[in-house]
Structures are given as structure tokens and as C-alpha cells.
Design a protein around this ligand. Sequence first.
Ligand SMILES: C[S@@+](CC[C@H](N)C(=O)[O-])C[C@H]1O[C@@H](n2cnc3c(N)ncnc32)[C@H](O)[C@@H]1O
Length: 195
Amino acid sequence: MFGKTFSHYLGVLLGSELPQTQTTLAERDLLKKYIPGKKRIVEIGVFEGFTTQVLAEESDPDSTIYGVDPFFRGRLAISWGLQITKQYNRKYLASGKLRLVQTLSTEVGTQIPIPVDFVFIDGDHSLGGITADWEFWTSRIVSGGIIALHDTVLKPDQPKSAELGSHHYFQSHIQQDFRFDFIDQVDSLSILKKR
Ligand SMILES: C[S@@+](CC[C@H](N)C(=O)[O-])C[C@H]1O[C@@H](n2cnc3c(N)ncnc32)[C@H](O)[C@@H]1O
């Protein structure tokens, strides 16, 4: 496992591999549609920073992307996700347009100024995790702001046993939240706008 991850990191370093991501091309295209005009953009769950770079590329020049992830460390206390993210996003990290907030999504404290304009929730997909994120971030987003949620819809070929807390909570709570309008969806990504 160490060798596999290290060789992947080397591949990204040398430009022969891209960071991994669970988002589809259609989902990234949908994110791009709602990014222009948003100034404070938060991604919860950076992983290897692939979608992060899409957010940085598509946002206005004076926008800031806050990439929140504890970057859990593996063997030898190394987070390859963090190393890959830093390498792949070095241009936006150097310019200051991208800031990595290395903590849990509900423990960002004052590291992210509020209110924010756009939140992409793709971190802890357990029921407890998505519940905490929804409660924390919905009060920190501006009226007219966008919340994008990943893993909200099971694919037609996925069995019910593949259901995550994020799927369940989306149906049982988020879709009924009167503070938000449900405005778009593709694959497993849902977009809501705060009233
Ligand atoms: C599905 S991956 C994110 C994928 C990424 N958004 C992309 O598009 O490629 C989930 C990430 O969430 C992070 N994570 C897990 N729990 C978290 C939490 N409570 N707060 C922030 N990030 C969390 C994990 O470390 C992991 O890197």
C-alpha cells in the first residue's frame, strides 16, 4: 500500500498521473456552472486536490478557496493526499488563492471568514458527519449562496446496501429544509441555494 501510494505521488510529481477523485466529469461541470461570482468558496474533503483545482481555476481572480481536510496520516505519519494536493495545486497555493485548512470541517474556528458564498460538502459521508456539516455550514452561508453536496443520490445500478449517511440524510432532512431551494442535480451531486 505504501509503495502504491508513493508511486502515485511520484506519478503526480512527474506529471504522468493525475490526482484521484470520486467526482465525475458531469459533476465537475455542474460545480463550474455555479462558481462564477462566488468569493469565499469552501471545499469540505479535499482528498488529493483534483476538484479543488477545478474550483480554483473556474472562480473569479479575487476569490479564495478554502480546502478543509484533516489529511489523515497513514503509515510513517505521512498523508500522501496532502503531499499530492500541495504538488498539484502549487500554483494556487503560492498565489494565496487556495488555502488549506487542515482540520475537521466543524473545527475550522476563525480560519475561514464568514459568511461564505459556496460550500462543496464532500467529507465525512456518515450520518453523523453529514448531519454535523449541514448544521454547521448552513448557518455560515450567505443568502443566495450555494451548497453543493456529493454522494446524495444512489446510482441506478447501486444496491441499497451501498447507501451512505449522506444519501439517507439528503432525502430525510436536506430536501425538506425550507431555508434552501433545490436547484440542480447530476449523477450524485445536488445543488441547493439559500433563500
Ligand atoms: C471523498 S474524499 C473527497 C474528494 C474530493 N472532494 C474530490 O472531489 O476529489 C473525502 C475526504 O474527506 C476527508 N474528510 C473526512 N472527514 C472529514 C471531516 N470531518 N472534515 C473534513 N474532511 C473530512 C477525508 O480525509 C477525505 O480526504
